[in-house]
Unconditional design. Structure first.
Length: 662
């Protein structure tokens, strides 16, 4: 019995740690607040008519008239009741509130990846914390991209299960692969699935080659066959969603355009016969030098706030009050994206061990991971030529997805994965093996530290601290102004660059400190045979502190004027839009003409009272008002056009049948 408890102890500790980290990070949810998520509000606007019909008639409408005059509901809100795994999903995150549960799931998923690939459970906890707190997860949760993070949570365990099938237990690995791949598909974010295929394909081919070179053809064939069956088993529960999505995509902007001529008689052209335009795909991709944010979060300023928020730095750098005020109004972020909610940062410690693994690991997976890493770094840029041009115009289905910067989720998985596998490799190697490469490990680690020192000491050798748009603005000012006015322009931008340099160096020093800790841990692991658990424990704590503090820059429990910046009340989350005077006027005018208005309003109000969608709403009068708009939609056929951004509007869809949409 004691042996059983001893073996279960690290897993119990892991679950407790993951729950604690997630619960504390999102602590306001325990006081009745919910994350303010813009895309969730948009989703509620888009799906309101669908949800009303579902509540009232207990059936899936499959169509909505509230978006773009009418469209299929497939990618808005359809419940595929045949997929029982999707119904079980809340139990995977222990019925906790969604942001807490999804963050827990991200950590648990990576922890399972580590166990599947033979990584020590205590080391797996450190890796799982780092993966879960990668800023990508928190940034996307903050924005409301919950399906995306949900899909990401299952990517690592699906990969780990496949590796398990190749290297350890074929049937157990294949069964787990089917489970996690199916859950990933059920999360319904096909762009993440597309990138997962990249990873699985690269790793699968590598493992097959490894087995063939070992002349273990029988195992190669057996694993391939079993994994193929497992993959089909994963697809089957999700087939209705996949099939309808594919059919619908052909009639969307991802499909072939029906236009044959542009205004004025010019020939109409698109990037591809079927797919999105290049500029649309690359709109939010990294500019030059922005990938350094993987190591130094503020490599390009981090997020789109104002420099005025850095009061101490501005006060120290800019002495003139008038110039200081103008510099304060400049953007903190100076990259080439339209805006930035925060840096894609995976932890300086993991970056260090990942690079060391690429050089010194015996694990054959370093080769596909190297190729995948270089591919992701190439495709995350906004350069329309080169590798982006090839993939957008030639590679199957690549031009179906926008914001191709999201391919960095590949790095988000492979960096901590190879890092923890390399640390485990060091733990497993015999003393004489370590001794033979000890010198080169120290030289490699020291070289990495030196590079970060050089970047910190001389950032101007690597970066410019004004964006291309700002340089263009200076050129325009030079045409308009002369003398003192032009000098003021120069002063403002010169000091802007100085403030940004100071911000960069401050963050680079932070990353340097973390890299030195990682180098110290590597040194300890190769010289010490005892107390290695202490080193791993320290690494876990430093990884937690590192990523926690960076994420706090973007998503925290800050309050302004007594209200949370990133959280709203449960009622506001349930009903994200307030009817304007014009909405109420339409309700009054059209309501008198709608069929069964009073009866439908009454029924819908009662349904809303017991619906989990409106759990946070205590105001019965407000519920009745929202129900009245639902009844109006069901009993009439009028249309509304909101001229204020009709193609990016979910507000109107929440109350009416909209000619526009989101």
């Amino acid at each position: 019995m004691n042996k059983v408890l001893l073996r279960a102890l690290p897993h119990l500790v892991a679950v407790i740690v993951f729950i604690s980290v997630a619960a504390i990070y999102f602590s306001p949810v325990w006081d009745g607040y919910e994350l303010s998520q813009g895309d969730v509000a948009h989703f509620k606007g888009m799906s309101k008519e669908i949800a009303d019909h579902r509540m009232l008639y207990d059936e899936e409408p499959l169509w909505t008239n509230s978006m773009f005059s009418g469209m299929p509901a497939w990618q808005i809100s359809v419940i595929h009741e045949g997929n029982w795994l999707k119904q079980l999903e809340p139990w995977f995150y222990l019925q906790m509130p969604r942001p807490v549960g999804i963050l827990f799931l991200c950590m648990l998923g990576f922890y399972l990846f580590c166990l599947f690939t033979g990584v020590n459970a205590w080391l797996a906890i450190a890796g799982a914390i780092g993966f879960g707190l990668s800023t990508v997860n928190l940034l996307y949760l903050s924005a409301g991209h919950t399906s995306k993070v949900n899909a990401i949570a299952y990517m690592a365990p699906a990969l780990g299960a496949m590796i398990m099938a190749f290297r350890r237990q074929i049937l157990a690995g294949a069964a787990l692969f089917a489970l996690f791949l199916s859950l990933h598909l059920a999360a319904n974010h096909l762009q993440m699935t597309y990138y997962l295929v990249f990873i699985l394909g690269a790793v699968g081919i590598t493992e097959l080659v490894r087995l063939v070179l070992k002349k273990d053809i029988a195992r190669a064939l057996k694993v391939s066959g079993v994994l193929l069956v497992a993959g089909l088993a994963a697809v089957l529960p999700n087939w209705s969603n996949l099939a309808t999505t594919y059919e619908y995509s052909n009639y969307s902007t991802r499909g072939k355009s029906e236009l044959t001529a542009a205004p004025g008689g010019a020939e109409f052209s698109t990037t591809s016969e079927k797919g999105l335009e290049t500029t649309y795909i690359l709109e939010y991709n990294f500019g030059k030098g922005e990938a350094w944010s993987l190591l130094i979060p503020d490599a390009k300023g981090g997020h789109s706030g104002y420099l005025g928020d850095e009061k101490e730095i501005i006060k120290k750098v800019v002495k003139d009050q008038q110039v200081r005020e103008m510099v304060s109004q400049q953007m903190r972020y100076w990259g080439e994206q339209k805006f930035s909610g925060g840096a894609f940062y995976f932890g300086a410690i993991f970056i260090f061990f990942f690079v060391m693994a690429l050089i010194f690991s015996k694990n054959v997976l370093r080769w596909p991971f190297l190729i995948l890493g270089l591919l992701a770094l190439g495709l995350c840029t906004n350069d329309p030529g080169g590798i982006n041009d090839f993939f957008i115009n030639k590679f199957p289905m690549y031009n179906k997805f926008r914001d191709s910067k999201m391919i960095l989720v590949v790095l988000m998985i492979i960096i901590p994965a190879l890092a923890v596998m390399f640390i485990q490799e060091i733990l497993d190697r015999k003393p004489e093996e370590i001794k033979s490469i000890r010198k080169w490990l120290l030289i490699g680690g020291g070289s990495f530290v030196f590079i970060v020192i050089f970047i910190t000491a001389s950032p101007s050798s690597f970066f410019t601290f004004l964006s291309p748009a700002e340089n263009d603005a200076i050129a325009e000012y030079e045409k308009q102004y002369k003398g003192e006015q032009l000098q003021m322009v120069y002063d403002v931008f010169d000091y802007t660059a100085e403030v940004r340099t100071a911000i960069f160096q401050q963050d680079a020093q932070r990353s340097l400190f973390l890299v030195i800790i990682a180098f110290g841990a590597l040194t300890g692991l190769i010289f010490l045979r005892k107390n290695r658990e202490v080193i791993i424990g320290v690494l876990a704590l430093v990884v937690l502190a590192d990523l926690w503090t960076v994420n706090q820059r973007y998503l925290n429990d800050e309050k302004k004027k007594g209200k949370y910046v990133h959280y709203v009340s449960a009622e506001e989350k349930s009903i994200p839009y307030t009817p304007a005077i014009s909405d109420l006027a339409i309700l009054e005018r059209e309501g008198s003409l709608a069929l069964n208005m009073d009866e439908t309003t009454s029924k819908l109000t009662e349904a809303m009272k017991v619906s989990p969608l409106y759990n946070g709403v205590k105001d019965e009068q407000l519920l009745q008002q929202i129900a009245a708009f639902g009844a109006l939609n069901m009993g009439s056929d009028y249309r509304v056009l909101n001229l204020s951004g009709p193609m990016s509007d979910a507000n109107t869809s929440y109350f009416h049948k909209s000619l526009g949409g989101y």
